[in-house]
Design a protein around this ligand. Sequence first.
Ligand SMILES: *C/C=C(C)/C=C/C=C(C)/C=C/C1=C(C)CCCC1(C)C
Length: 232
Amino acid sequence: MNYILPADDYVGISFWLISMALVAATAFFFIERDRVAGKWKTSLTVSGLVTLIAAVHYFYMREVWVSTGESPTAFRYIDWLLTVPLLMIEFYLILSAVAKVPGGVFWRLLVGSVVMLGFGFAGETGMMAAKLAFWPAMAAWGFIIWEIFKGEASQINAGLSNDHVQKAYRTMTLLVTVGWAIYPLGYFIGYFTGGADAGTMNIIYNIADVWNKIAFGVVIWAAAVADTESKA
Ligand SMILES: *C/C=C(C)/C=C/C=C(C)/C=C/C1=C(C)CCCC1(C)C
């Protein structure tokens, strides 16, 4: 292991900062689980698992970056393959905390996110032409967005009488569209235009992960606490 982190390696420093933020977020979600009503506990467990899985990957990604200066693409995708389906399942979980939700919602969100990442991975590793793989991955992302904006999940959310959940749901849909757009944009820049330098791309992905993993969990935590306290 190479433990040397030059003080001017800003990309390496961002990997380090985010690793630690993810560790702290994990502790936070797991401890705060105690504070919320029983029906919210699974949501907080999943938030903590997302940041835990990401923290471990960040340790390895930082190591790849610091010792080779290259993008840790394989580790990023392994991380995504686990954390992205878990993040999507959070929609199902927060709705399930307050309503009866058909299993189809769970499966569509899960399968949609796995298909999206499968094509992205196939494109990045050369199993498929990168430009070709982009389109089915985009379609799968579109499918997920449709489900949470217009599909069954959104209809269930619209019919709720719980504004804590509805508020969290709205913010989460915003993160999944605007916050997640950074990743396909990075892919597009990498394979359709001349590409950006590895350092810039990694800083952008790292900052995106703070929003999409930590802030996403905090939104759920806030809804869980507010809902628990409103009934206490
Ligand atoms: C914590 C990590 C997250 C939330 C990662 C999300 C990744 C994506 C939404 C990736 C999407 C892609 C496309 C929509 C098309 C091109 C290939 C991908 C995999 C970069």
